[in-house]
Write a protein that binds this ligand. Structure first.
Ligand SMILES: Nc1ncnc2c1ncn2[C@@H]1O[C@H](COP(=O)(O)OP(=O)(O)O)[C@@H](O)[C@H]1O
Ligand SMILES: [Mg+2]
Length: 299
């Protein structure tokens, strides 16, 4: 298979792009990555950032290919299946916005997928459609083998609280509730009693490494710790899928790494499907594959 690496300088004000074509079939192990690195340095000189980006791309391609070989990408088995999904926002007095255009996407259970694209490209809209927080203009959304358009409002409420979990950039914790209360409140719609909810919340906080912070308020926790509380909250009802919208966007690189390894562990331990919207290419590298979105279209 022929692939093209686009080498793009990280500095957004300089739109310098260079490309290098290569055959992915010749890249099957670390030593061939080393060879490619050398080719890139020979061709483009010692621009460290460009070379680093290209290596991320290559490793990503190999990881994605391994995931395809391991996984079954038969659409009928996809836990997330989008077909011809479009969303047009029409606000009065404003010109309509085509936030998503004819998106087709299939994701299997247990996959960890990064969604990358410029600001305004439709990433959050896509998560909202897949999480039943908003309805598409046209097209189908089948999640966990059910068409969302065929669910009644009671089924949709249950879907939002039980099948999927959300993690946001700004954490969205309730400021006057402790970490434990923020997690246990997510289980209020279940038939667990208060004590059972607190026990499960404590287990989840332990799972995310916060057993010593359970009774702290969000304001008494660091950004990374608050995000771990929100991940514990997202996991409360054993969701099949976690949608994370720029989960490390407000965190420093060290806290970001902790969050990503946490998602990785969750996926391994519970076979949870994890969809992460991010601008960070090194996070995308940790995922099985990257879905690129631009102007509402998947590329
Ligand atoms: N509720 C809304 N009403 C009108 N336009 C919207 C609404 N939400 C998003 N948009 C527009 O849709 C496009 C995609 O937005 P969004 O999905 O938030 O992008 P991203 O998350 O990639 O930054 C943008 O042009 C944005 O301005
Ligand atoms: Mg967004």
């Amino acid at each position: 298979m022929k692939e093209e690496i686009i080498l793009q300088n990280h500095n957004e004000s300089t739109l310098e792009k260079k490309s290098l074509n290569f055959d992915t079939d010749s890249l099957d192990n670390k030593s061939s990555i080393e060879q490619l690195k050398k080719r890139v340095s020979d061709q483009f000189g010692n621009d460290a950032q460009l070379i680093l980006d290209s290596i991320d791309e290559v490793e990503g391609i190999i990881l994605r290919r391994e995931a395809r070989e391991k996984g079954d990408f038969d659409d009928s088995k996809a836990i997330i299946h989008l077909s011809g999904l479009s969303k047009k926002y029409q606000s009065s007095g404003m010109s309509p916005v085509d936030a998503l255009r004819e998106v087709d996407l299939s994701i299997v259970q247990g996959e960890m997928v990064a969604i990358i694209g410029p600001s305004g490209s439709g990433k959050s809209t896509l998560l909202q459609m897949m999480g039943a927080l908003d309805i598409p203009t046209t097209g189908g959304v089948r999640i966990n083998f059910q068409e969302l358009s065929e669910m009644n409002s009671k089924e949709l409420t249950q879907f939002r609280s039980q099948t999927v979990g959300f993690v946001f950039q700004k954490f969205n914790l309730i400021p006057n509730l402790t970490a434990l209360e923020n997690v246990s409140i997510a289980m209020e719609s279940t038939n667990m009693n208060r004590q059972e909810r607190r026990v499960r919340a404590a287990e989840l906080l332990k799972e995310v490494g916060l057993n010593k912070r359970m009774n702290h308020l969000p304001g008494q926790l660091s950004g990374g710790e608050q995000q771990r509380v929100s991940i514990a909250r997202a996991l409360a009802n054993h969701p099949k899928i976690i949608y994370a919208d720029e989960p490390t966007g407000s965190l420093d690189s060290r806290a970001s790494k902790t969050i990503i390894s946490l998602f990785d562990r969750i996926r391994k331990n519970f076979n949870t499907t994890v969809i992460i919207v991010t601008h960070n290419h090194s996070i995308a590298k940790h995922c099985d594959r990257t879905v690129k979105i631009k102007d509402g279209r998947i590329r």
